[in-house]
Design a protein around this ligand. Structure first.
Ligand code: PLP
Length: 400
């Protein structure tokens, strides 16, 4: 009989030549477990998804209760489904007043697609500005605004009229003009290796968009729901976009995304043509119930406020001569090593040290630390101890 490993390689579409290939049979809190009792401390949260940990009892309970009532009923936007309504109300209570209308979708990429269409529809323009090293997803529209020529070139032709400029380059903002439909930006670049905007950069973009009547889209798919020590990064930067994108942690471990805007802007999807964006499963009631429970946990367990202390503990305890720097805030950290070979080695070997680590797409000399926000200080200490042992091993064996 074939093993799961053989079946995985035979029947699942593969996009990586070196998948981690760990079999996981259970996940709880900050840990994942293998079939023979192997225990891994999850320092990635499924890439900033499991912000309230795996299978938080309140999330599991919300899922069970919703499944007992109903699952899928109808394509998005026709029937009144209380999990969607309640979650939309709760999220908007954390957002600036202008961001009061939520369109629920299935994923981050779909949120990006919806937002680009909305911006084109609302402004009647087609030009889109995005940033080098940005990651907005893998569908065609999202790929068109992705900041990597390597990925874009492989799939041309893509969306026309897209312009890529450098992050943190104020002079480059002159490309934003009265033909621009929108500027799409991650307030903190995730896959670029946790790159923060320089003081005033987001404000400059806001001014430029306002003066040219272009829409500003903030992609908070990775930074949202407490990850950087704020519910949303817009709270930290005090810049209000015209459209906000959410996904990943939004569903508490279930697939859910959204684009959020003003009711006025959003209404341009309702006419000429009607049904400007259609989704069958977007805002699935079980996902919305899970997401609402998860977002409430962030508040009830004061997980956002405790991020800064845990972040500092990581920085204090991660002392190793291979580490050349640590970037980031809250529990979104990039640990920079002396050479990309050490990063490749450390991520691949991390499970042997009881850890799940990950790379960044566009930053080869750093690895990511983004654990569930529920991680406690003892677990942070354990993680750092194991990372230092892993780096000792990488120093001896890591250079290819
Ligand atoms: N935007 C950002 C900032 C992301 O980090 C990601 C995924 O990593 C996406 C968009 C795409 O989200 P999804 O994989 O759910 O389509």
């Amino acid at each position: 009989m074939s093993t799961n490993k053989e079946l995985f390689l035979k029947h699942l579409g593969q996009t990586s030549s070196s998948p981690l290939m760990l079999e996981i049979v259970k996940a709880e809190g900050v840990f994942m477990y293998g079939p023979s009792g192997e225990k891994y401390l999850d320092l990635i949260s499924g890439v900033s998804v499991s912000n309230t940990g795996h299978r938080h009892p309140k999330v599991v309970q919300a899922v069970r209760e919703q499944v007992d009532n109903y699952m899928h009923l109808m394509v998005y936007g026709e029937l009144i489904q209380s999990p969607q309504v309640k979650y939309a109300e709760y999220i908007t209570s954390f957002l600036p007043a202008s961001l009061n209308s939520i369109y629920f979708v299935n994923s981050g990429s779909e949120a990006v697609e919806g937002s680009l269409k909305l911006a084109k529809r609302y402004t009647g323009r087609s030009k889109i500005v995005s940033f080098e090293n940005a990651y907005h997803g893998s569908t065609h529209g999202a790929l068109s605004v992705q900041g990597s020529e390597l990925y874009r070139n492989a799939f041309r032709p893509l969306l026309p009229d897209t312009f890529m400029i450098r992050f943190n380059d104020a002079d480059a903002l002159s490309v934003i003009d009265d033909k621009t439909a929108c500027v799409i930006i991650e307030p903190v670049q995730g896959e670029g290796g946790v790159i923060f905007p320089e003081e005033g950069f987001l404000q400059l973009i806001r001014q430029k968009c306002t003066s040219t009547n272009s829409l500003l889209i903030f992609d908070e798919i990775q930074t949202g729901f407490g990850r950087t020590g704020h519910m949303f990064a817009i709270d930290r930067f005090k810049v209000v976009p015209d459209i906000l994108l959410l996904a990943k942690a939004m569903g508490g471990g279930m697939p859910l995304g959204a684009f959020v805007s003003s009711a006025e802007i959003m209404s341009s999807l309702t006419s000429k043509p009607t049904l400007g964006h259609i989704t069958t499963f977007g805002g699935h009631p079980v996902c919305c119930a899970a997401g609402l429970a998860s977002m409430k946990i962030l508040i009830e367990e004061e997980l956002i406020g405790s991020c800064a202390g845990k972040s500092k503990l990581f920085r204090d305890l991660l002392q190793h001569d291979l580490i050349t720097g640590i970037r980031g805030e809250g529990l979104l950290l990039a640990v920079q090593l002396a050479h990309p070979d050490f990063v490749r080695y450390a991520v691949a070997r991390a499970p042997e040290f009881g850890l799940i680590l990950d790379y960044f797409l566009f930053c080869d000399d750093a690895f990511r630390i983004a654990p569930p926000l529920t991680i406690n200080e003892e677990e942070v200490s354990l993680a750092c101890l194991q990372i230092c042992k892993l780096l000792d091993d990488a120093r001896t064996n890591g250079m290819s």
